[in-house]
Design a protein around this ligand. Structure first.
Ligand SMILES: [Zn+2]
Length: 655
């Protein structure tokens, strides 16, 4: 996983947006299910009551109408094709885990649904749900999706079906982009100001929303292509679901600063004539998150702390690890808060009706996280490590048999590693792993020992034929990393990942394996993320976050021995920063321009953000009339040329 091409700026942000694949791999296409895969999937079908009708009834309940066609961006890029998942009908094909197939079918129920009197949900316009609550004067919208295009389409569809009501308030449950990025598609900042529209969010929302992924956004965006399977075909040999819903809409992402914050554990509030009770539940699923009840409707919205799947304690794309114990404790509180609830809704998937069903739903989630936490801790204290415990922890039957908390998005083994990492870090305590060789080097040594990559492929073929895919993948990964020219190794590794994907119950694992196979065959994406669609959000991001990200892009070896100081004057913000390089570290402070600086750069926030986000070239910007440079232009160019820009399309499985 090497990258870093010299250039200028850096930065990035939330989601992905990498370009399409260039054919630089070995070619070929996804294979059929092997006998081992067929047997494993048949066992799943036998062990689980897949024909349990309750979830199917709930996922369809209250259906009003469904949209057709596609949602596109202004340039014609398709963000959502409502027909893309039409193949999800009938019994599970050989190439999809039957439990995941069932879940994928449930998530394929899209359209407008009536949840109860005065409460509607738009599902399947994006990965998350847009909820409408009727107020006295208009609609209170909860979680306006990822992109301006999808939220606008969802609202327009609701108006077609339910009549043309104005938006009277917006509630954003948490700081992940799939719940706020589309806000500018449903209201404008002018409307919010003129009509005094409440925009309700949890405390810390703006800071978390704009910064969570800025620093390592490029790496996360690249890896999220695996988790969400964005570039996979929608088919029985490709993407069938993400666990939380269907596609993430990679459209125009925006943000609105909230004007009402929820900061107390329990905070009653009336919005447009509707009495809400909000709960601030930070640092479990998201650093800033709220849940709420509407007592008069006996309704509880669990936001994303509660979905129809086990969630991630650590996403496959990478993130800061989440606190399983705190999450479980929030579920305990939710049990108290939902004593009278007859309806549960959430930010993803479908609702639950009936007091007993809701209490069971929450209890199961509480206990899945607590069991995962406690059993991992027990085994840590018994001396087991991050590579052993995932194979040791199995859920008890009572938890395992509950579909609503099975691992369709999160995965128990990955969550066990997350708990280990939360307390102990990645190191297992064994000094053999204190300073191990990097993967390419150790792979070369293994191949020497085995007698070359062809021998490794032959041994892996034997493992593959026996259905031992984990061992085959390990061997073949050494063969590919140690001898990237060996085409047979890549072919067999791709075939192995096909099978691992076909067997996976978690959509995130399936997508990861199948994306890996696709990249072995077709090469990594030709282009990395573009930040152009994130600009509305980036312009709300505090300047310090860009400067931190800029500092983290400084090429240390190149900066060694260099001492440069630059003043940054942001005319519209009436703020200035002094940036300087010392000990190969880029420092900054909010201060008046320094007299001894090599250069002073005077510009607007807008131009600075575009320059740093890479949507405007640094050299072009520095030479343009949009900014003023005093002092040495050469030093300024030297300063910016020390900052790497990661292209964001680094190889993951090919070298
Ligand atoms: Zn979400």
């Amino acid at each position: 996983m090497k990258i870093t091409k010299r250039n200028a700026a850096l930065l990035t942000a939330l989601l992905v947006l990498a370009g399409c694949s260039k054919n630089s791999g070995i070619g070929g296409s996804a294979g059929d299910a092997s006998p081992t895969t067929l047997a494993a999937n048949a066992q799943f079908a036998k062990d689980l009551k897949l024909d349990d009708p309750q979830d199917f009834e709930d996922a369809k309940r209250g259906f009003i109408a469904k949209p057709s066609g596609k949602i596109t961006m202004a340039d014609g890029t398709v963000l959502k094709d409502f027909d893309a998942y039409n193949f999800l009908a009938g019994p599970a094909p050989d190439t999809v885990n039957p439990s995941l197939w069932r879940h994928a079918q449930l998530n394929a129920n899209y359209g407008l649904f009536k949840v109860t009197d005065g409460v509607y949900q738009l599902r399947g316009f994006d990965i998350a749900n847009l909820t409408i609550i009727e107020g006295k004067t208009g609609w209170i919208l909860v979680d306006p999706l990822t992109a301006r295009e999808t939220s606008a389409a969802a609202l327009a569809f609701a108006r077609e079906q339910l009549g043309n009501k104005p938006v009277s308030a917006v509630i954003i449950t948490h700081a992940h982009a799939d719940h706020f990025g589309g806000v500018l598609g449903v209201v404008t900042p002018q409307e919010v100001a003129e009509r005094k529209i409440p925009v309700v969010a949890p405390a810390g929302f703006l800071e978390e929303a704009t910064s969570e992924n800025v620093l390592v956004g490029t790496g996360m965006a690249r890896r999220s292509l695996y988790q969400f399977g964005r570039d996979l075909p929608r088919s029985a040999k490709g993407n069938v679901d993400t666990g939380l819903g269907k596609d993430v809409a990679y459209g125009a992402i925006g943000i609105l600063p909230p004007n009402w914050l929820i900061y107390k554990p329990t905070q009653p509030m009336q919005i447009d004539g509707v009495d809400f009770v909000f709960h601030n539940v930070p640092s479990a699923e998201c650093p800033a998150e709220l849940t709420f009840s509407i007592p008069a409707k006996k309704l509880y919205d669990g936001a994303e702390n509660l979905s129809q799947t086990m969630h991630n304690l650590l996403p496959v794309r990478g993130a800061k690890v989440r606190d399983a114990l705190r999450w479980s404790n929030y579920m305990d509180q939710a049990l108290e808060q939902t004593q009278d609830a007859e309806i549960y809704i959430g930010s993803h998937n479908w609702p639950v009706w009936g007091k007993a069903n809701i209490q069971k739903f929450i209890t199961m989630h509480r206990d899945v996280y607590k069991y995962t936490h406690d059993q991992t801790v027990r085994l840590i204290n018994a001396g087991y490590t991050i590579k052993e415990i995932p194979d040791m922890v199995k859920l008890p039957k009572s938890l395992e048999s509950f579909f609503g908390a099975r691992g369709y998005y999160g995965d128990l083994r990955h969550n066990v590693k997350a708990v280990y990492q939360f307390y102990m870090g990645n190191y297992d305590g064994n000094p053999a792993n204190l300073n191990p060789l990097p993967p390419q080097e150790s792979a070369k040594h293994y191949l020497e020992l085995i007698g070359g990559s062809d021998k490794a492929v032959a041994a892996a073929q034997t493992a593959y034929d026996k259905g031992d895919y984990r061992w085959a993948a390990e061997l073949l990964n050494h063969a590919v990393f140690g001898d990237p020219a060996n085409k047979a190794a890549k072919e067999l590794l791709a075939k192995t990942y096909d099978q691992m994907g076909y067997m996976a119950e978690a959509a995130t694992w399936r997508n990861s394996y199948l994306a890996a196979a696709q990249e072995l065959r077709n090469g990594p994406p030709a282009k990395g993320p573009s930040k152009a669609t994130l600009m509305e959000m980036l312009l709300q991001t505090p300047i310090e976050r860009f400067l931190e990200a800029m500092a983290a892009g400084l090429n240390g070896p190149d900066a060694e021995g260099k001492n440069l100081k630059v003043n940054l004057v942001l005319t519209d913000l009436k703020e200035s920063y002094v940036l300087w390089i010392d000990n190969a570290v880029l420092h900054f402070k909010n201060a008046p321009p320094a007299a001894d600086a090599n250069a002073t750069l005077t510009l607007t926030r807008d131009i600075f953000v575009k320059m740093i986000a890479g949507t405007a070239g640094v050299k072009d910007t520095l030479l343009s009339d949009d900014l003023k440079v005093s002092g040495s232009k050469i030093d300024l160019v030297r300063f910016f040329s020390l900052i790497d820009k990661a292209p964001g399309n680094f190889p993951i499985v090919t070298k």
